[in-house]
Write a protein that binds this ligand. Structure first.
Ligand SMILES: NC(=O)c1ccc[n+]([C@@H]2O[C@H](COP(=O)([O-])OP(=O)(O)OC[C@H]3O[C@@H](n4cnc5c(N)ncnc54)[C@H](OP(=O)(O)O)[C@@H]3O)[C@@H](O)[C@H]2O)c1
Length: 274
């Protein structure tokens, strides 16, 4: 019988590309989505849809009940959102939402399915980001959530070693998916008009944020590249703890920024942002 893998956030972008690739490779793929129309679309592609909002415990429990009989071998914790903007302007509620989905949602997902993964000695693949390695300005809430995911991965990887469950973190750079457009729309909700007292203060920053998002949406890696890394994480007999998936120049930049002393790093980043 084909191995079962659940991919959360499978309705678009990286999750959809991953669900498609795993289906093509012969896995029985369950795709977590939040809307009926996404569920119908996935079903047409041979993916078994599960209505699953990772911030809702009842959804997670229902999804687990569904899988108990068949078992689960792979869990791709992919659902995520990008919350961006100058930190002074980001409302607490938006920051909280980033942590709620990207960190607590990821934690709740792993927690819900761990009994099945322990039974199958399966794999957990977490969708991190280069934003979990280097926090760039205007990406504060998103980076904070992805740094937290790095910590979760490190703790979980060792905790699950005795059970034969491998934990792998994927760290993509910019990928051409709807996340960029969605983050711009979300940010417009709290940045336009700017909160009282900050009118005109961050105008230039907002322009830069828009430019970076538009460029990433156009020129980012295709999501299929990340899906291939997920496949490797699932299939490699000895998977690495982390797979960085980025344009080579972006990967080098990220690793360099991590090594540089803060004053030099800050100057480089500021120059890059103009
Ligand atoms: N694109 C990049 O440049 C990039 C780079 C590094 C890492 N990543 C990470 O890759 C993952 C996928 O992002 P993407 O780029 O493919 O963006 P995307 O197309 O926007 O996909 C995100 C998916 O997560 C789902 N989602 C959001 N909130 C959810 C919730 N509460 N419960 C369940 N599902 C939820 C969305 O579902 P709805 O359609 O229902 O909202 C959507 O299907 C994210 O974790 C992201 O942080 C992306």
């Amino acid at each position: 019988m084909a191995r079962a893998v659940l991919v959360t956030g499978a309705g678009s972008g990286i999750g959809l590309a991953t669900a498609r690739l795993l289906t093509a490779k012969g896995y029985r793929v369950y795709g977590g989505v939040r809307r009926e129309e996404d569920a119908a679309r996935l079903a047409q592609e041979g993916v078994v849809p599960l209505l699953l909002d990772v911030t809702r415990e009842e959804d997670l429990l229902r999804a687990r009940e569904r899988l108990v009989g068949e078992g689960l071998w792979g869990l791709v914790v992919n659902a995520g959102i990008a919350v961006a903007g100058p930190l002074e302007l980001v409302p607490l509620s938006a920051f909280r939402e980033a942590l709620e989905v990207n960190v607590l949602g990821a934690f709740a997902t792993v927690k819900a399915f761990l009994p099945l993964l322990r039974a199958s000695r399966g794999r957990v693949v977490l969708m991190g980001s280069v934003s979990g390695l280097v926090a760039l300005p205007l990406m504060g809430p998103y980076a904070a959530s992805k740094f937290a995911l790095e910590a979760l991965a490190d703790a979980l990887r060792v905790e699950l070693l005795p059970f034969g469950v491998r934990v792998v973190l994927i760290e993509p750079g910019s990928v051409a998916t709807p996340i960029w457009e969605r983050s711009l729309r979300r940010a417009e909700g709290y940045l336009e008009p700017p909160p009282p007292g900050t009118e005109g203060v961050y105008g230039r920053y907002l322009e830069v944020a828009r430019r970076v998002a538009e460029r990433s949406a156009k020129r980012g890696l295709p999501p299929e590249r990340v899906a291939e890394a997920v496949l490797k994480a699932l299939e490699s007999p000895n998977p690495r703890a982390r797979y960085l998936v980025a344009h080579p120049a972006r990967a080098r930049e990220t690793l360099l920024l991590r090594l540089l002393p803060a004053p030099l790093r800050d100057r480089l980043v500021a120059r890059f942002l103009g």
